[in-house]
Structures are given as C-alpha cells and as structure tokens.
Unconditional design. Structure first.
Length: 395
C-alpha cells in the first residue's frame, strides 16, 4: 500500500470584430494504445522502457502519486546515477528525503514521454507483496500531459492529446478538485450521513481508507463496529491498520454498500485532513472504465463488467511476502485466525489448498474468501507441516 499523489485551462477570448468569437480547446487526438495487467487489489501495472535501457520495466499507474519515481534497486541494477536533493516526499508509512534522476525519457508503445524528473524510492516491499518486480510508480507527471482512458474489461489503456473530450452518453462525469492529485466529494452513510473530500487513488490496492483524525472528529463509526487489526504496506515498509466496513459509499449516482474500509493512523497527515478525510482505492475504482482528463478537471466513469463484483470481506491476520523467491510469513496478528491456526513468523508457504504454483497473488486471492477452511502447507525447521486456516468475515 503505498499512497502519495495543472491545471491546463481554456479561456474565452472576446474579439470585437463582428461580435464575440469563442476560442475552444482543441479536440483530443488518439496517440497510442497499450495493455496493462492487474495485481491484487486492482492495482494497475504498465510496462515501459527507461531511456536507452532495452529491458522494459514495471510501473504502477497511480493517480495518488504527485510525480513519477524509480525503484532504488532498479537504479543499482542498471547503473542509473542519481542526485541527492533536499526534497522530502510523504506517503502512507512516513516521509523521507529523496534522490532524483532528472530530465529522462520513458518509452511506451508509439509514445515517448520526455523531460521527466524521477524521484528515487525503495519499492522492495511492493515487490515482495506482488511477487513481481516493481520498478517505479507513474503519477501526475504522466497524467497531467495527456487524456488517459482505462478499460478494465479489455485491460488496455488509450492515450490522447489534451483537449475537450466527448465522453460516452452513458456513465457519469465527475469534476474533482485537482491539485497534483484528484480529490472528489463523496457521500457516506454509517452512523448517519456524512459528506467529505477523498483522494481518487488508483495506486491504492484497497476499496476505502479513512484517516483516524477524520474518524475521531466525525464520530462516523457505529459503536458496535469493532475494527480488526491487519497488515498493510506503505512507502517506507510494512505497517498495521485497522479494518472495518462502512455501510454505504456514494460516488456520483453510484452507490456501494458494505464497503471494506481501512482506518489509518495518519501521524504525518498524508491525507491533508481536514481538507480530505482519506482515499478511495482501485479495488473499488476498477469497477468503472475511467477517463482521466486533468486538463479539463474531469473524470468520466462508466460502470463495467466488474461493477457488481463482490467485495473482499475475508480476514486472516496472516501477512505473506515473497522474499528471495520464497513465500514467507512475515506477520501474524495476535488473536487472529492465523495465530489460532498455528502460523509463526518465518514459516515458508509451499501451498494453499490444492494450489502448489508458488504464485503469491494466487495464494492471496484464495485467502480473500471468508468463512472457509484452507489447508496451508508450510516449511518450519526444515520440516513440512500442514495447518488449517479458517478465514472469517469482517461483516
């Protein structure tokens, strides 16, 4: 879980010749189309080449990122020199000063994006979460230059030049507030009805996140709710959050019920509370095909074939990560189903159910179904052992 995150403008120019002439923005022109793949939580990953490096790299496409970044290990692998700066970035998990690589080009199919300044971050945790190398994160530096259409049915992205886009007649047009990140007004219903700003964050592999400051000040949660402690991932490593459910979340005309929600102890005020109360992530947003038009301050939503997908309500308290090719247990929450099943930090996972593929994303997807009994094969002290994990529901 990693999470931080201009406006082009049009104007009316009166020309008093025969009357008033309106100069309109140009019509967008199609530039290119390329595929993306999804990691768990709906996180989108695109491939692109950096400068003259022939190998293509994995980048998370993230509207919650205020720039563009490279992984420090990727820089080491390809001998990419970096420059130390006094710039500080803040994200879920903390803040740090960062190095930069200035004025570089990223190559997509039929599109070269030049004059990019990459800040350098350590994405080792994200790589271990998804089991595939994460080489960087693409955010505002890319979205602000183009119109980006994302189709979760075909798993393709289309890129257009800036301008006034004609959207499909169906769907709904949002007009968020744009800083370097889109911020949208949402309606919530829990103890009573609430309204607040939330970041629109495609890089967050979750449905909904609330800052503890917003939760405390609004007193939004029902008293009967007893959030569960769980694992999460941020910019500076692993951290713990609480997990609960919000009765209703409304985005434009679209209403979602019983939305899984993380509660985040926002020590660094990443969410900029009180202006914003948290974020909406891609596990919810992937239910729409979306068009991002930063220049016109517009986001168009069109419900897709995933709109009615069931949310993940499972809870295990088990944190598994891929480290040096091995899938390891790194977190076991006290009192959780994982602890009751007998898991210990340092166990190596060899299989879940009948799945012995050693694919961490497949294993995690199998753990997303609540109220089931799963046999998990582990290695402990050089001996294979079978544990039975009972997933529970957060509803």
């Amino acid at each position: 879980m990693r999470m931080n995150k201009i406006i082009l403008f049009f104007f009316l120019l009166p020309l008093f010749v025969e009357g008033q002439e309106i100069i309109s923005p140009p019509s967008p022109a199609f530039i290119t189309r390329f595929p993306f793949k999804q990691y768990s939580g709906g996180v989108m990953v695109v491939r692109a080449c950096f400068e003259n490096i022939k190998d293509s790299l994995n980048f998370i496409l993230d509207t919650g990122s205020g720039g563009i970044s490279l992984d420090s290990a990727t820089c080491d692998e390809f001998n990419i020199p970096t420059t130390q700066t006094d710039t500080t970035i803040t994200g879920i998990g903390g803040k740090r000063k960062v190095h930069f690589v200035f004025n570089k080009t990223l190559h997509f199919p039929n599109l070269d994006v030049a004059r990019l300044n990459f800040h350098i971050n350590n994405y080792e945790v994200l790589t271990s979460v998804y089991g595939e190398k994460v080489d960087g994160v693409i955010g505002y530096s890319f979205f602000s230059r183009y119109i980006i259409k994302i189709d979760f049915d075909s798993l393709f992205i289309e890129v257009y030049s800036p301008g006034k886009m004609q959207y499909p007649p169906l769907g709904h047009l949002l007009r968020p507030t744009f800083t370097s990140l889109p911020i949208q007004y949402f309606k919530l219903k829990e103890r009573k009805r609430f309204e607040h700003n939330f970041y629109f964050d495609t890089g967050a592999g979750l449905c909904f996140l609330l800052s503890d400051r917003y939760v405390n000040d609004s007193n939004i949660l029902l008293k009967k709710r007893k959030p569960l402690l769980t694992q999460a991932e941020g910019m500076v490593g692993r951290l713990q959050m609480r997990l609960t459910v919000i009765k209703e979340l409304k985005l434009g005309p679209y209403r979602f019920r019983d939305v899984p929600t993380y509660l985040y102890k926002d020590d660094y005020n990443v969410t900029s509370y009180p202006f914003a109360g948290g974020l909406v992530g891609n596990e919810l947003l992937r239910r729409f095909n979306m068009t991002f038009n930063y220049g016109q301050k517009e986001i168009h939503l069109l419900p897709n074939s995933h709109f009615n997908d069931v949310f993940d309500y499972a809870y295990t308290g088990l944190g598994i990560y891929q480290i040096d090719g091995r899938i390891m247990v790194e977190d076991v929450i006290e009192g959780s189903p994982a602890e009751k099943a007998g898991f210990k930090i340092g166990d190596e996972v060899f299989g879940v159910g009948n799945n012995l593929t050693h694919n961490i994303q497949q294993y995690k997807n199998m753990l997303l179904v609540p109220n089931q009994r799963l046999k998990v094969i582990i290695m402990r002290d050089s001996k294979l052992k079978e544990l039975v994990l009972k997933t529970v529901s957060i509803l």
